[in-house]
Ligand binder design. Structure first.
Ligand code: NAP
Length: 452
């Protein structure tokens, strides 16, 4: 009898786990699926990107985790492709390899002052409040005014976390140190800055409404004339966004203790400060252009022009750029424009020729856009091609790859290790009356990993 076909999935985030599930349901053949991750914890962005106060979305983890119940699926943590394992080595161990590595970097503004202390990426901020073991501490003591650049859902998340009363966040899984730091902030003003109009913002309406609700009667809008927007010409989401902003702006109160300022048709041109961020200089913008050093090439310059509006200098103790994520190349794998080049998930060489047996899924396949659920369809497409190709792909593995790794001292963490971490987090949380409190330090995570 033939050995079962072996597929490696690199990345145990939603895209990787949806792919594993699609592979298993798409075939009656014996198939062994090994899911690798750099961390000893599965769920990727669901665990370290979805905001801690969005427990409903996080519950998707329960569905995704079911894939580990299949006897031929293994979770192999602490395996860093391009680090302790090379791509050719992995390729030699599997009939097919699926890259589900996400987009771990972020775009830069390319403006003076961007590297001043107090100017950071929203990605770093999200990793910190989500308890990612690689996150750097985010000092917030005395932060009163924050500017968030970008008007996508990540910008909305970080603005909401800043504006929320920390007491409201205490029921989440945020690490204790994060909650303590958030309590030291004295947030009064959060500015959200878009280089186009409210009708072009990429945030989705439920997320926008939640932010506006958090800010209550302290919402102001600058840089655009909401009444002049031709809402009939807009799609449903843009129309609903404009309506939600107009409703919130109508009940503006000058006495609100925490205020949200929505600024449109402006882009930052300089972050000012001596030894720390002190202010951001914003110039009127008509969409992407000069200053969009690292912006997406496909951003559309709309035909409508902004109403005349001047330069603004906004005082700030913290600047978070939230202008999109960016993929990181894997040594030995083609990479172009922040993604692995592919045709419907089948990896291509840079010259467009086929690269049999290698696949991509999720943000590294399609770019850093889409909600968690978008990965299901994306994964179905990639998994379909893997299954189709397995019929003709050469049989590669001669032995179990994990045994090969052990032979040279690399011992992956297992599902049981993750279950121990999970149980420790639940126990930590229950002491404080919470569902879970994240274990965020590498040494604490590794202490829960059995290397016996
Ligand atoms: P995004 O939706 O692409 O938003 C990026 C924002 O940055 C846009 O407003 C963009 O403006 C702006 N931008 C880009 N380059 C800029 C520059 N050089 N100067 C000024 N502004 C610039 O990305 P994201 O917020 O990182 O989110 C990534 C994906 O995750 C999205 O699909 C999002 O919906 C999803 N997500 C969902 C949730 C949720 O709760 N449902 C939470 C977080 C993330 P232009 O439009 O003008 O380019």
């Amino acid at each position: 009898m033939d050995e079962p076909r072996r597929v490696a999935i690199v990345g145990a985030g939603p895209a990787g786990l949806f792919t594993a599930a699609a592979l298993l349901t798409g075939t009656d053949d014996d198939l062994c699926v090994d899911i690798f991750d750099r961390l000893p914890t599965p769920f990727g962005l669901l665990r370290y990107g979805v905001a801690p106060d969005h427990a409903g979305i996080k519950a998707v983890a329960t569905t995704l985790a079911r894939v580990f119940d299949a006897p031929r699926v293994r979770f192999l943590g602490l395996v860093d492709l391009g680090g302790n394992v090379t791509v050719p080595e992995l390729r030699g161990g599997y009939d097919a390899v699926v890259y589900a590595i996400g987009a771990e970097d972020d775009r830069h503004l390319g403006i003076p002052g961007e590297d001043l202390p107090g100017s950071r990426s929203a990605r770093q901020f999200v990793a910190w409040y989500s308890g990612h073991p690689d996150a750097t501490p985010q000092p917030l003591a005395d932060v009163r005014r924050a500017v968030v650049v970008g008007v996508g859902n990540v910008a909305v998340d970080v603005a909401r976390i800043l504006l929320k009363d920390p007491a409201e966040l205490s029921a989440t899984d945020m690490p204790d140190a994060v909650l303590a730091e958030l309590r030291t902030a004295r947030i009064e003003d959060v500015w959200l800055v878009g280089r186009r109009g409210p009708e072009h913002a990429s945030f989705t309406t439920p997320e926008l409404r939640e932010l506006l609700h958090t800010a209550g009667d302290g919402v102001s809008v600058t840089g655009c004339d909401l009444g002049a927007i031709d809402t009939d010409a807009l799609d449903r989401r843009a129309r609903a966004n404009v309506a939600a902003i107009a409703d919130a702006a109508d009940i503006r109160s000058l006495t609100a203790s925490r205020r949200l300022h929505l600024v449109f048709w402006h882009r930052p041109v300089e972050i000012l400060g001596d030894r720390h961020v002190e202010a951001v200089r914003l110039e009127p913008a008509d969409g992407p252009g000069a200053g969009a050093a690292d912006g997406p090439p496909d951003a559309v310059i709309p035909e409508t022009r902004p109403p005349a509006s001047g330069e603004l200098t906004v005082p700030a103790d913290l600047v978070l750029r939230s202008i999109g994520y960016r993929g990181v190349p894997l040594p030995g794998v083609p990479f172009d424009d922040g993604r692995i080049p592919n045709l419907e998930g089948r990896v291509l060489e840079l010259d467009g020729s086929a690269r049999p047996g290698e696949y991509a899924v999720g943000w590294i396949k399609r770019g850093p856009v889409g909600l968690i659920g978008s990965n299901r369809k994306d994964a179905a497409e990639t998994a379909g091609h893997v299954l189709e190709d397995l019929a003709t792909l050469p049989r590669r593995p001669l032995s179990d790859f994990v045994a090969t790794l052990a032979g040279r001292g690399v011992r992956p963490s297992t599902l049981e290790d993750w279950r121990r971490i999970d149980a420790a987090e639940i126990a930590r949380g229950s002491i404080r009356g919470r569902e879970r409190t994240k274990v965020e330090a590498w040494h604490d995570l590794l202490a829960l990993v059995s290397r016996a």
